[in-house]
Design a protein around this ligand. Structure first.
Ligand code: UD1
Ligand code: UDP
Length: 372
């Protein structure tokens, strides 16, 4: 019996790791699997745990309002020590590039556990963008025993860093497993949040869905994004902008100050995962700096303008369903105008084709673990 500890702390990690937990649970004779949440996010994490109907075995409950990276990192390492001593896992799974991923990997390494890194090998090779995520993922790769790369491109990035090829498995991204699960499950549940959204939103208009949270966009980046959204809303009365605002105070403050008075901009709280997937499906266009949304949207045939200067997810950009626009006011307004006015250009971006996965990433990860 192999003992598995799955550790995560933020909303996107929960979305991408809970399908893996469910897959491990299909084999109770082979694996004893437990979940530890750092709760780097509290409300946004709990929304996902509720949807997947999962109760963590260990909850470190570490989120503080306006937390800083230094204390969060230190607290994760110290709190995890106790969990590792109690459960004594053989393998610890961490995800991606958050402070939880990096600090948990280090804590696991100190305790002699094999670290398995899911969504390994994404790179911009610029340690300041995304900050601090690029450094978090490079450190996690150094520490990890096994690397689950979503694409061949991410595998190549790892090989360039001299990671032994036999420790890498290309699996696709588990976010597509989560997306397909959500699309299916939402058919069978009565979701009051979706009913409320139907009341709030004028679905006869073209819906532009917006999200944003990246640290390197805090300050000037968010000001330019909000100015651009204001201009788009003023010029295009056929459009309604829906923006579920991330709970980070550095995001909440500028967004509510600059946009709450606009008639055709609706600022709302973060949505639970199935409601957000429903809203993506209703959208004409998505503007975001999110990593996960860049990966999900190509499965739904929704064009994405990425509000960042660089991306570690070049595959959908190369395929033509995602465009990198940055945070510059002029370029956001110009590209959005083009997509709203030129149907031929718009249609070219709506192909349903996903380079990030096919919904079977979790079973590939387990197949690999059974052999190692
Ligand atoms: C974190 C991750 C980022 C990831 C993002 C996903 C790091 C450094 N950053 O960024 O990689 O892409 O999550 O969303 O790991 N807050 C709440 N309730 C919540 C969540 C956040 O109130 O449920 C507020 C708190 O004041 C918290 C602050 O947001 O201190 C910032 O949270 P934090 O996890 O440090 O950073 P994010 O910007 O969310
Ligand atoms: N998401 C959600 N509710 C929202 C906004 C986003 O469930 O209100 C989901 C989205 O579908 C994606 C993930 O959260 O799977 C992205 O999270 P985020 O943008 O916070 O982080 P990132 O992907 O950039 O790390």
């Amino acid at each position: 019996m192999k003992k598995i500890l799955i550790t995560f702390g933020t909303r996107p990690e929960a979305i991408k790791m809970l399908p893996l937990f469910q897959e491990f649970n299909k084999y109770p004779d082979l694996f004893q699997t437990k979940i530890c949440v750092t709760a780097q996010h509290r409300e946004m994490l709990d929304q996902v745990l509720d949807f997947f109907e999962v109760q963590p075995d260990f909850d470190l409950n570490l989120m503080k309002p306006g937390q800083n990276l230094h204390s969060l990192t230190a607290n994760i390492i110290l709190s995890l020590k106790t969990v590792l001593e109690e459960f004594k896992p053989d393998y610890m799974f961490v995800h991606g590039d958050t402070t939880t991923s990096m600090a948990a990997a280090l804590a696991g390494f100190y305790s002699g556990v094999k670290i398995c890194h899911v969504e390994a090998g994404l790179r911009t090779f610029n340690i300041h963008s995304p900050f601090p995520e690029e450094m978090n993922r490079q450190i996690t790769a150094r520490i990890a025993t096994y690397h689950f790369a979503p694409t061949e491109n991410s595998k190549r990035n790892l090989i360039k860093e001299n990671i032994n090829e036999s420790t890498i498995s290309v699996t696709g991204n588990t976010v597509i497993d989560a997306l397909l699960h959500s699309v299916e499950k939402v058919k069978h549940i009565n979701n009051s949040e979706i009913l409320n959204l139907k009341e709030l939103i004028n679905l006869n208009k073209k819906i532009i869905l917006v999200t944003g949270h990246r640290r390197e966009n805090h300050g000037e980046g968010f000001i330019q994004i909000c100015q651009a959204l204001k201009t788009i809303a003023e010029r295009h009365h056929e459009v309604e902008i829906i923006y579920p605002v991330h709970l980070n105070p550095n995001v909440q403050k500028p967004v509510y100050e600059m946009l709450s008075h606009m008639d055709n901009i609706k600022l709302i709280n973060p949505l639970s995962y199935p409601s957000f997937v429903w809203l993506m499906n209703q959208s004409y266009l998505i503007l975001t700096d999110s990593g996960g949304i860049q990966e999900e949207a190509p499965s739904l045939g929704k064009p994405v303008l990425v509000l960042r200067e660089v991306t570690e997810r070049p595959e959908a950009v190369e395929q033509g369903t995602v465009i990198l626009v940055g945070t510059n006011y002029e370029s956001i307004v110009k590209k959005t105008n083009l997509l709203l006015s030129n149907n031929h250009y718009y249609k070219r971006m709506t192909r349903i084709q996903n380079p990030y996965g096919d919904g079977n990433a979790c079973s590939r990860i387990i197949e690999f673990i059974l052999k190692n």
